[in-house]
Design a protein around this ligand. Structure first.
Ligand SMILES: Cc1cc2nc3c(=O)[nH]c(=O)nc-3n(C[C@H](O)[C@H](O)[C@H](O)COP(=O)(O)OP(=O)(O)OC[C@H]3O[C@@H](n4cnc5c(N)ncnc54)[C@H](O)[C@@H]3O)c2cc1C
Length: 376
């Protein structure tokens, strides 16, 4: 009987913690390395909440993945004995012919997902805090909701350790090379690590590690804002769905109901290009002012005192689709990164997919749109 391959996972954030858990549950000898101690606020997976939604405007190709993710989130909640996902419904608001509404409708229709189409008057009747301009349309989907990112990562790592995975925190991987016998040697700040396969889930540090993978990655600074609304009840999770708003052609902001820390809003993209090493963490008063202008225009009751503002990092590919698959130069190295600002909801299914790719080179999902080599 051949021994199971030893797998090293570089980066234990959203995708890496899930991959480590999937491997450990299959009895695979796995070691997870992280330069910090996740969950932490230095990468892409902090900020108290993440949207999960199903009528995926970016492409129907994500729908089978997100469906599986829903099953796995539920299983993780059961295994951990703690809630991770609060269902609120989700509303995609914008012009009928805009990328958001058109894309969400196309995903819902082609994939047979339940949804309602609301005109501007109906949006305002059901959700009076949303001042949707005349001509706006809303795609309302029932299963969308809010995930708790820090709790999910903490739980995945705890369950992975319980299933036998080795966790190495404050261990920065600086590179890897082949060694005799077909194994790989990882150089880390705490000494070398040997493995048969490597999964790279380094989030916004991926550009450092994937320089030879032929994928032009950009790290984008994003700011998450919390405001104290005029009255809390209409902004509560019982009343308000998560939402994305296409307020200009291809320009988006989104928000999540107040779960105790304030009403959270942020722009989707429109951020400056940075590096994970120098992300400009301080949020300027002018940035808060710009966000308030959007709120005054579309959700005026949310324009209360700002209660918090925190930066976070997107890792973008040119087409804003993920990188999922073997490294173009070495099939022993599997890439699971560059989620372009929309990857958290998929974390557990990414874990499953990455474990499959590392162990068999295959996945039950069609990963063609996510091939790391697609940029030539
Ligand atoms: C503001 C903001 C809002 C978002 N909102 C949503 C949303 O609502 N819904 C959604 O689905 N997605 C959302 N996303 C995107 C989602 O959060 C990310 O796609 C996802 O968290 C990325 O996970 P990751 O595992 O790739 O990166 P991370 O979770 O950042 O993990 C990378 C890990 O790798 C470690 N690491 C890096 N380099 C090394 C190294 N050399 N050696 C060892 N360890 C290393 C880091 O320390 C880190 O822990 C949002 C992102 C941001 C920034």
């Amino acid at each position: 009987m051949t021994a199971a391959p030893r797998v090293a996972v570089i980066g234990l954030g959203a995708a890496g913690s899930a991959a480590l858990l999937a491997l450990a549950r299959r009895g695979i000898p796995a070691v997870g390395l992280d330069r910090f101690r996740p969950p932490h606020p230095h990468g892409s997976s902090h900020g108290r909440s993440r949207v999960i939604r199903e009528a995926y405007y970016e492409s129907p190709a994500y729908v089978p993945l997100v469906r599986r993710a829903y099953e796995l989130w539920q299983a993780l909640e059961r295994d951990g004995g703690r809630p991770l996902l609060q269902q609120t419904g989700g509303l995609m608001i914008g012009p009928a012919d805009g990328a958001l509404v058109r894309g969400a409708r196309a995903s819902a229709e082609t994939q047979g997902l339940p949804f309602e189409l609301l005109d501007a008057a109906e949006i305002r009747r059901r959700f009076p805090v949303f001042h949707a301009p005349a001509g706006s349309v809303g795609v309302l989907e029932p299963r969308a909701g809010v995930l708790d990112p820090e709790a999910a990562i903490e739980l995945s790592l705890a369950l992975a350790a319980r299933a036998g995975a080795e966790l190495r925190f404050e261990a920065q991987v600086t590179g890897w090379s082949g060694e005799e016998g077909g194994r790989l040697r990882l150089d880390t700040s705490t000494g070398p690590v040997h493995a048969d396969r490597v999964i790279v889930t380094a989030g916004p540090w991926a550009p450092e590690l994937l320089a030879g993978a032929g994928a032009p990655l950009e790290v984008e600074r994003q700011v998450m804002y919390w405001f104290q609304p005029a009255a809390p009840e209409p902004f509560s999770a019982a009343r308000l769905p998560v939402f994305i708003w296409e307020w200009g052609a291809g320009r988006y902001f989104y928000g999540l109901p107040d779960q105790g820390a304030g009403f959270k809003v942020a722009r989707h993209h429109d951020g400056e290009t940075v590096s994970a090493a120098a992300p400009r963490r301080a949020v300027q008063p002018e940035e808060i002012g710009e966000m308030r202008q959007l709120l005054r225009r579309f959700i005026p009751d949310a324009d209360g005192p700002p209660t918090d503002a925190v930066t976070c990092l997107y890792t973008n590919t040119p087409d804003h689709h993920f990188l999922l698959g073997a490294h173009p130069r070495d099939p022993r190295v599997i890439i699971g990164s560059a989620c372009s600002g929309h990857g958290f909801k998929f974390a557990p299914v990414l874990g499953e997919v990455l474990a499959d790719l590392a162990l068999t080179g295959q996945s039950v999902f069609d990963l063609t749109p996510f091939r790391p080599g697609r940029f030539g």
